[in-house]
Design a protein around this ligand. Structure first.
Ligand code: GTP
Ligand code: MG
Length: 195
């Protein structure tokens, strides 16, 4: 997709605050600090519209971005951040469950994992949760720039096997730094949006 117009739409914590379901939507999912917001910025070619940070827990609300008046991206807070209280964790769970189960215009979820490490137990639970709710998932293994090219296939295999990615779901190698995988990911997004 050629991105010509990007607007921050709204931040939400509960369904009443989400934008009207007038456009098809793609959401992110993934561990805190894995690179979800960076991935959005890479796709839309904006440096820091989706706020990123080297410290986990940067994104705290569901942030909606309107792209070309054609679609929304929903950037979400990450999971698996150890230094949060039980009550915050519970609130996060409620917020995300409401979003993933109630959002009718959600066409697919981009689940971001770190290519360098086998998917965690939280990553596995997230994938299972999305599959239980019959959501199409594109798994993106990011930070590929941190692994030598000759080892990519080996690491991808670990990602695929650990998450037990279903045959109909895609796995893409990605780097927000080198923009590796950007075109391939846009292609899949357009397919899921039926644009
Ligand atoms: P939360 O909002 O806390 O859930 O994190 P997030 O998943 O949105 O991560 P974010 O995009 O803020 O990135 C976290 C850190 O990883 C930042 O320091 C980014 O610069 C870095 N990062 C993200 N993507 C890449 C990548 O592809 N390569 C490298 N080398 N660093 C990356
Ligand atoms: Mg973020």
């Amino acid at each position: 997709m050629k991105v010509t117009q990007v607007e921050f739409e709204v931040s939400a914590v509960k369904p009443a605050q989400y934008p009207d379901e007038v456009l098809p939507e793609i959401a992110l999912a993934g561990r805190s600090n894995v690179g979800k917001s960076s991935l959005i910025n890479c796709l839309i070619e904006r440096k820091n519209l989706a706020r990123t940070s080297s410290k986990p827990g940067k994104t705290q609300t569901i942030n909606f971005y309107r792209i070309n008046n054609q679609m929304f991206f929903a950037d979400v807070p990450g999971y698996g951040f150890a230094r949060v209280s039980k009550s915050i964790r519970a609130a996060w769970g409620k917020m995300m469950e409401a979003y993933f189960t109630e959002r009718k215009s959600l066409k697919a979820v981009i689940q971001v994992v770190d290519l360098r490490h086998p998917p965690t137990a939280d990553d596995q639970s997230m994938y299972q949760f999305l599959k239980y709710h019959q959501l199409p998932v594109v798994v993106v293994a990011t930070k590929a720039d941190k692994i030598p090219k000759g080892k990519w296939q080996k690491y991808l295999k670990v990602t695929k096997e650990t998450l037990q990615i279903q045959p109909k779901d895609h796995l893409i190698l990605f780097s927000a730094q080198t923009r590796q995988g950007k075109e391939e990911l846009w292609h899949l997004i357009e397919e899921k949006l039926e644009l």
